[in-house]
Design a protein around this ligand. Structure first.
Ligand SMILES: [Zn+2]
Length: 312
């Protein structure tokens, strides 16, 4: 079933104006989406299993990307990383990575929009969660769609928001570890958050957004009445020309569910699982980069429309 946005002439005019701004922002892009996905999915990162050397290198790369977009480290003592002690069968510590783009007129109680995606994947698949078929066992699981794609769209959305003048809200970008093993990174984050969680007016979580077909899957949950948020999502969908399709259960299956449990309003996005999910065949050459650009435009538009008028 495709979800058709409601139409409003005034809203369309407003969003046409915002789209023009967005297009202008996109002219000078910090990130090349294929480069971000190919780097995360490279041999060097070896499938980014939480707690592994590959994860460490990948998270170093992500901190450098946050710096490039103008973020400052989000955790205590100006740290980019939050250590996440891992439960069996994993060993050692994983790392959440987070940065903040402060509002134009920075203030301590500014509303926060959180953009999140998990960066970890399955390593060579022998320890956790692989759907490898005969002949694939033990090969690097590159996780291009799951979830290098979500990380890249997060960065592009942050870039779009960073470029907006007079932004009245902070943007907190978080890359979670150990999503693939019971969402341990997100759990740690909400137990030890770097900001008061009640300042977060909207969290958008991206998990497998690299294979856009006819429509973008979504689910919304908010502790306050959702009508305005639903209207904003409709309007952004119409502006970008990106039809939406409800995905019941998406929040529960992703890091968005942990944020929701902590009382944060969430919008979860995905383009769906497929035959390559959790297999070594989830590779960068199968990613739809133009689709990812549209998803970032949609996410940024939703955010911009929602704030600051509806932030308190
Ligand atoms: Zn996965």
């Amino acid at each position: 079933m495709i979800y058709h946005p409601r139409r409003s002439f005034l809203r369309r005019v407003l969003f046409a104006a915002l789209l023009l701004c967005g297009t202008a922002d996109a002219d000078a892009q910090v990130f090349d989406l294929p480069t971000v996905v190919e780097t995360l999915a490279s041999d060097e990162h070896a499938g980014r299993l939480a707690g592994s050397g590959g994860e460490r290198l990948a998270t170093d790369f992500l901190a450098a990307q946050l710096q490039r977009v103008g973020a400052r480290p989000a955790f205590e003592d100006r740290a980019w990383f939050q250590a996440v002690p891992l439960a069996e069968p994993l060993v050692g510590e994983g790392r959440n990575v987070a940065g903040v783009l402060a509002a134009t007129n920075s203030r301590a109680d500014a509303p926060i929009v959180l953009l999140s995606a998990h960066h970890d994947h399955l390593g060579d698949g022998r320890l956790v969660g692989s759907s490898a078929r005969m002949g694939e066992v033990g090969r690097v699981h590159r996780g291009a769609d799951d979830n290098a794609s979500g990380v890249a769209v997060c960065l592009r959305t942050a870039e779009r928001l960073a470029a907006r003048p007079d932004r009245d809200f902070d943007v907190l970008v978080v890359f979670f570890t150990a999503e693939e093993t019971d969402r341990q990174g997100a759990r740690r984050f909400v137990q030890h958050p770097p900001v008061a969680l009640d300042r977060i007016v909207l969290a958008i979580n991206f998990d497998q957004v690299g294979r856009l077909g006819e429509s973008l899957g979504f689910e919304v949950a908010s502790p306050v009445p959702q009508s305005r948020l639903t209207d904003d999502i409709d309007a952004a969908s119409e502006l970008v020309g990106l039809p939406l399709e409800p995905s019941p259960g998406l929040i529960r299956r992703t890091d968005a569910g942990i944020l929701q449990t902590a009382g944060v309003p969430v919008l979860a996005l995905h383009t769906g699982t497929h035959q390559d999910t959790h297999r070594p065949t989830d590779t960068p050459d199968l990613i739809d980069y133009a689709g990812m650009e549209r998803i970032a435009a949609f996410a940024a538009s939703t955010t911009i429309h929602r704030l600051p008028a509806d932030s308190h």
